[in-house]
Design a protein around this ligand. Structure first.
Ligand SMILES: *[C@@H]1O[C@H](CO)[C@@H](O)[C@H](O)[C@H]1NC(C)=O
Ligand SMILES: *[C@@H]1O[C@H](CO)[C@@H](O)[C@H](O)[C@H]1NC(C)=O
Ligand SMILES: *[C@@H]1O[C@H](CO)[C@@H](O)[C@H](O)[C@H]1NC(C)=O
Length: 463
């Protein structure tokens, strides 16, 4: 946990770039490691505008891809050749063959070239209704980029060789209205000379001494309410490990599902940052939150367990909210005994005082722990799916800890998943007539669902 503040420092620097059409691009980031390829972008209603500034006098390529590779990507290629600007909408098939898109959805707004640089600016709809274009949502996108010293000719762009790359971004970040005035003092927390150990996972935690100030200072905003009638969430960080593919933070109130607090259908472990919500969301006492994760473990032969290593899994969300309530964290686990009954366990040794507890019967599981028994069971796809279904309906054991209370009770309390009478229906994408096929993706197995029940703490506070 102590490592998270550092992640914040990787945020994208807002700013406007000099040169170009004079339009502003509040989001801006470097895509390559040599400082040659700058991307700027800005959402404008149902459209998104991009600005590419690249150190080349040839063509510039940009696109979106499901994996960051060139297959099945949505690509746009532009430049200025013999004083004339061009911009072409392309796509690639699964074999990475580049094809002109019959429906041209990228619209050139500005182009300029000098002897060293090319700048192009263009717009497109977020949802073009073209199956060859990627829909742009709040989810992470793998942006791909390329350039070449020659312009794209009649035969299309030449192969870019090593002048290419990928970067994960979230494009629909709200524009940051900075609460920081430049006059405010600030300090950086920077790790120095950290040796990277040769193993999968290392948690590097470091204490920093905050500079000494003479008078009283505030951390921008610090509000505290003894018994708040609700808390206001303004940012969310969704977290899973290497098998994580999608995460949703669902919000329930009295049987009704509210708008998702946050989601990422294309989670990238290597790109995790707080998503600032477009509008703050209020969580009331009695509400339920569920962090729901979709995983892909098709390339693994063994069980994947929850744990700290990146090859174990997590499913959690960090919420930034105010005012502060006396709650540090909540974790939940679907009832273990009912999980064990699924694989045929009859009895465990009681009383349960330690983890992992031990199975008494039947014979084939005798003296095995929960994990050993689950590993021993012969899982098939069918059983995996019905296990997932069962787990979603099980009572969960919830454990929470308070702000300055390091205790973390073994037993916790039992809670039932919320009754979902009215699930949330996402607003349909506004994109003309046909529906976009990118919405239908292969759902791999939902393995683990964590219930984060703020409700218990909130409601006891308000008694
Ligand atoms: C070309 O344009 C870029 C971007 O505006 C600028 O940084 C660069 O100095 C220009 N180069 C020349 C040779 O004028
Ligand atoms: C939080 O709750 C615990 C247990 O009730 C209490 O000991 C502690 O003083 C509280 N801390 C704050 C900051 O209110
Ligand atoms: C299970 O453990 C008990 C107590 O340690 C031992 O007496 C018994 O032989 C074990 N049974 C099996 C099947 O391993």
């Amino acid at each position: 946990m102590c490592c998270w503040p550092l992640l914040l420092l990787w945020g994208l620097l807002p700013g406007t770039a000099a040169g170009g059409s004079g339009r502003t691009y509040p989001h801006r980031t470097l895509l390559d490691s040599e400082g040659k390829y700058w991307l700027g972008w800005s959402q404008r209603g149902s459209q998104i505008a991009f600005r590419l500034q690249v150190r080349t006098a040839g063509y510039v390529g940009f696109g979106f891809s499901p994996t960051g590779a060139m297959a099945s990507a949505d690509i746009v290629v532009g430049g200025v050749a013999h004083g004339r600007p061009y911009l072409q909408d392309y796509f690639t098939n699964a074999n990475r063959e580049l094809k002109k898109d019959a429906q041209q959805d990228y619209h050139l707004e500005y182009a300029m070239e000098n002897s060293t640089h090319t700048i192009i600016e263009f717009t497109r709809e977020l949802h073009t209704c073209d199956i060859n274009d990627k829909s742009i949502t709040d989810s992470t996108v793998r942006v791909i980029w390329a350039y070449h010293h020659e312009d794209a000719g009649e035969a299309g762009p030449k192969y870019h060789d090593s002048n290419r790359g990928t970067k994960s971004l979230r494009l629909l970040n709200p524009e940051k209205t900075s609460v920081l005035s430049t006059a405010l003092p600030y300090f950086d927390l920077v790790n120095q000379d950290v040796p990277i150990p040769n193993k999968d996972t290392t948690y590097w935690c470091q204490m920093f001494k905050i500079p000494v100030f003479q008078e009283k200072h505030h951390v921008i905003k610090a509000l505290e309410a003894e018994k708040p009638s609700g808390i206001h969430v303004f940012a969310v960080l969704l977290h899973a490990h290497l098998a994580g593919r999608g995460i949703r933070l669902r919000h329930f109130r009295k049987g009704k599902e509210m708008k998702l607090l946050a989601y990422d259908d294309d989670f990238d472990f290597n790109f995790q940052e707080f998503q600032y919500l477009k509008e703050e969301q209020t969580i009331l006492p009695g509400d339920n939150l569920i962090t729901e994760c979709r995983y892909n473990t098709k390339d693994r032969a063994e069980m994947t367990w929850g744990g700290l290593s990146t090859r174990s899994e997590m499913c959690l969300s960090y919420l930034l909210y105010y005012p502060r309530i006396n709650l540090t964290r909540c974790a939940s686990i679907p009832d273990i005994m009912e999980q064990l009954q699924f694989i045929g366990v009859k009895e465990i040794y009681r009383p349960v005082t330690t983890w992992p507890f031990i199975i008494k019967s039947p014979k084939q599981y005798k003296n095995l722990s929960f994990m050993d028994a689950m590993n021993k069971f012969k899982w098939t796809k069918k059983e995996g799916l019905s296990f997932n279904k069962l787990v979603l309906s099980l009572p969960v054991n919830v454990r929470c800890s308070k702000t300055d209370n390091a205790e973390w009770s073994i037993q916790g309390m039992t809670a039932l998943p919320p009754d979902i009478e009215r699930p949330y229906k996402a607003e349909p994408l506004v994109c003309g007539t046909s529906s976009s096929s990118s919405l239908h993706r292969d759902f791999s197995i939902n393995l683990l669902v964590c219930l984060l029940l703020l409700s218990c703490t909130l409601s006891t506070k308000s008694l």
